[in-house]
Write a protein that binds this ligand. Structure first.
Ligand SMILES: [Zn+2]
Length: 441
């Protein structure tokens, strides 16, 4: 849809099967549940229908009765994705550095053209909503004008994002490079325009691409911005491939490891999102945990670029904050259903609990992006970001599988993770507002 299809401002009670996570071991299923959302888009309650029925009647909630094929879940969180790579997703290359040179930098250069930036921004933000992604940590290009367009588009379409201009001043084509002072001034201006806008749906991030495309002057300047704006995010890549790590050693010979480059300039903290982190040493993991930085695991991308195997259970057991990322375009698809499945398949010897995968795609992602007080499940007081799934939308998912008995919840979750995709997303809501409805076939 081209505009936010604003619902009339009143209270709604969604009645039907509901699933949401409270921790990685605690996913609750309500066979006949009620999600109560007030006119401001805030969750009033979520419980068995019998438990909330009197509240619905007493407060004049309008009841939205879901069908037996529906399932209501929190919106998905994509903890790492690149808007300007939509058109080159699925373009193979030998490794990370050759992929950047062969496919990515040429495509990102096209965003100097505002009309191209506008068309891809529309495509990207609509596609996020159609895939059920209600919060995304988004990389842009180094063009301030294209970055402005991306924020305007996200604001208009109702997306929730953590996003910022990509900052590169070395080791990329001239068309994408800018000087450190210029980048720092541009990104600060964008931050002042957009951070916290749209009732907090739009959050700004400082986004150095990775260590290799950053001079020390740039990293130092970003560190100063972090001190000036302590609630602004930092989003970058870390320790994705062995060849990349070798190159980082060459460029920053004083650093004991890759993490130390970001540490030195004060880039790591509670609002830092680090994509990948595949080849981190135990010492680096310990330091990241001590600094409360988050990791974004992108298994589809890791398969695609043959980056290596992320130590998923070890990171979880260390209590590091962790989200799942599609990493489009190194990841081929935006769907968090696919990312959950890939995260399972990536661990060759370990079965990842289904609850853990669902938690990572919802509440875990919200925690990784420091938005757990607003999002991630249906606790009262949070903002109502949710999906209405239609489990009959894939031919392999028949009504027999959509059993409303609570003891079938595990089977339902398994089916969703192994067979789900964007076809299941019937409607997407952010802060109680409908932002996507699947076209009628
Ligand atoms: Zn990435």
């Amino acid at each position: 849809m081209s505009n936010l299809n604003r619902l009339p401002a009143k209270n709604y009670a969604y009645r039907g099967p509901i699933m949401h996570a409270f921790s990685r071991d605690d996913v609750r299923f309500l066979a006949d549940g009620g999600l109560l959302v007030d006119a401001a888009g805030t969750i009033v309650n979520c419980d068995d229908w019998q438990a909330v029925k009197s509240l619905v009647t007493a407060n004049g909630f309008e009841v939205v009765q879901l069908s037996p094929q529906n399932l209501l879940v929190p919106g998905f969180v994509d903890a790492h994705v690149h808007l300007p790579q939509m058109a080159v997703a699925g373009c193979q290359a030998e490794n990370l550095l050759s992929w950047l040179e062969t496919h990515i930098f040429a495509e990102e250069s096209r965003f100097a053209d505002d009309s191209y930036a506008q068309s891809v921004s529309e495509w990207f933000f609509k596609a996020l909503l159609a895939n059920g992604t209600t919060l995304a940590a988004v990389f842009l290009t180094s063009h301030p004008s294209a970055s402005q367009i991306a924020f305007e588009t996200a604001q208009r379409l109702g997306n929730r994002v953590v996003m910022g201009q990509n900052l590169m001043d070395v080791n990329a084509p001239a068309s994408l490079l800018r000087s450190a002072p210029q980048l720092l001034a541009e990104t600060e201006a964008l931050c002042q325009n957009w951070h916290g806008q749209a009732d907090g749906r739009l959050q700004y991030a400082w986004v150095p691409r990775f260590a290799l495309t950053s001079s020390e002057a740039l990293l130092s300047g970003i560190g100063a911005l972090r001190q000036k704006y302590p609630d602004v995010y930092l989003h970058t890549h870390l320790s994705e491939q062995l060849t990349e790590i070798e190159a980082v050693k060459g460029q920053f010979p004083w650093a004991e490891d890759y993490t130390a480059v970001y540490e030195r300039f004060g880039l790591l903290g509670g609002r830092t999102i680090l994509a990948h982190g595949i080849h981190l040493s135990d010492d680096e993991l310990t330091r990241l945990q001590g600094l409360d930085a988050s990791l974004a695991h992108c298994p589809g991308s890791n398969f695609f670029l043959k980056s290596g195997r992320f130590r998923l259970m070890e990171v979880l057991n260390r209590q590091l904050r962790l989200g799942l990322g599609s990493d489009v375009g190194a990841g081929p698809e935006l769907s968090l259903f696919k990312v959950m499945k890939d995260a399972q398949y990536m661990q060759a010897d370990t079965l990842i609990p289904l609850k853990t995968l669902f938690y990572l795609a919802t509440l875990g992602g919200a925690i990784a992006l420091d938005q757990q007080n607003r999002l991630g499940n249906f606790e009262p007081g949070k903002e109502a970001d949710f999906l209405i799934l239609d489990l009959s939308a894939k031919s392999c998912l028949n009504s027999q599988k959509v059993n409303k008995q609570a003891n079938q919840a595990k089977r339902l979750l398994s089916t969703l993770i192994y067979q789900g995709d964007d076809r299941l997303v019937e409607a997407t809501y952010i802060c109680g507002q409908l932002v996507y409805r699947r076209p009628i076939a």
